[in-house]
Write a protein that binds this ligand. Structure first.
Ligand code: FE2
Length: 246
C-alpha cells in the first residue's frame, strides 16, 4: 500500500500521485522577514529587490504548469518575445483553483509586509519565456517614450515556478544588479522609473513566472493621470491587435 502523501492534497490524481516533492504545504504559510534576501543598489544600503524564498512547492508548480499548458489563450506579447496567459481556466479543478487563490492572497500579504502598507492587485498573469527570449530595459509605470503607461503598476512581484532554465537573470542595469532567480522564490520591487529592469536571454529551458502588480490602497490620481492611463491602455490594445502604434 502506498504511503499517504504529506502535501495535504487529495490522493486522487492529478492532485497527488505521490511522486512530487512533499512539502508541508504547497504555498508558503509563514512569511518570515528573517528569511528575506535583500538586493541593494550599488554601494548603497537601499533595497532594490526583496526575495522571499521557497514560496511555492515543486508539486504545486507542476500542477499549475499542467493547467497552463492546456490553456489555449496564450498571447504572444511581442515586446518581451515571451507569451502571456491572462485568463487561467481552472474548470473541473477546484482544489487547485482554491490553492491558486491562496497563492495570490499570500503574495499580497508578502507585498504588504515588505512595503509596510495596504495594497490592491492591479494586474495578474502568467509569463512564459522560451529559449532565446529576453526582455529589453523598461519600467512598469511609463511607456518607452516617457508617457504615462500604467501608474498603478507601482509594485511588481514575480514568482518563479519550478521549471528549469539557464540565463534569464532579472537585471537592474542602473543599479549594476543581476539577480539569478531561485525557482520557487518570490521577488518584489518597485516598478517605477527608478527601477528600470530587463530580462537576460534565456539560454536553455523554459522560464515560467507569475507576474502581479500592486498599487497602494491610498494612491490617488489626477484627471490628467487617469486620462494618460486610459490613452495608454488603448494604445496597448491596438498594439496587441495590430503589432503597431507603440
Ligand atoms: Fe517589468
Amino acid at each position: 500500500m502506498s504511503k499517504q502523501c504529506t502535501c495535504g492534497r487529495s490522493q486522487s490524481y492529478p492532485f497527488c500521485d505521490n511522486t512530487h516533492a512533499q512539502p508541508s504545504h504547497p504555498v508558503i504559510q509563514t512569511i518570515n522577514p528573517h528569511a528575506f534576501s535583500y538586493f541593494n543598489k550599488k554601494d548603497s544600503a537601499e533595497n532594490v529587490v526583496v526575495q522571499v524564498p521557497k514560496f511555492i512547492s515543486k508539486g504545486m508548480s507542476k500542477d499549475l504548469i499542467d493547467v497552463f499548458e492546456k490553456d489555449e489563450l496564450w498571447q504572444d506579447v511581442g515586446f518581451h518575445k515571451a507569451s502571456n496567459l491572462f485568463h487561467i481556466d481552472f474548470t473541473g479543478n477546484k482544489e487547485l483553483a482554491d490553492l491558486w487563490e491562496e497563492l495570490v492572497s499570500t503574495i499580497k500579504r508578502a507585498t504588504e509586509i515588505v512595503f509596510k502598507d495596504k495594497v490592491v492587485n492591479t494586474g495578474l498573469y502568467i509569463q512564459k519565456w522560451p529559449e532565446g527570449s529576453y526582455g529589453i530595459k523598461h519600467n512598469d509605470m511609463y511607456n518607452f517614450d516617457g508617457s504615462i503607461g500604467n501608474l498603478t503598476s507601482r509594485i511588481a512581484t514575480t514568482l518563479f515556478l519550478h521549471s528549469p532554465f539557464t540565463g534569464g537573470n532579472l537585471e537592474f542595469p542602473d543599479h549594476e544588479l543581476a539577480i539569478e532567480p531561485k525557482m520557487g522564490s518570490l521577488y518584489l520591487f518597485k516598478g517605477g522609473p527608478d527601477n528600470e529592469h530587463q530580462i537576460a536571454e534565456i539560454t536553455s529551458g523554459l522560464r515560467y513566472t507569475v507576474i502581479a502588480f500592486w498599487d497602494f490602497e491610498s494612491s490617488t490620481y489626477t484627471d490628467e493621470e487617469l486620462q494618460g492611463m486610459e490613452d495608454s491602455k488603448k494604445k496597448w490594445e491596438n498594439y496587441m491587435k495590430t503589432g503597431e502604434g507603440l
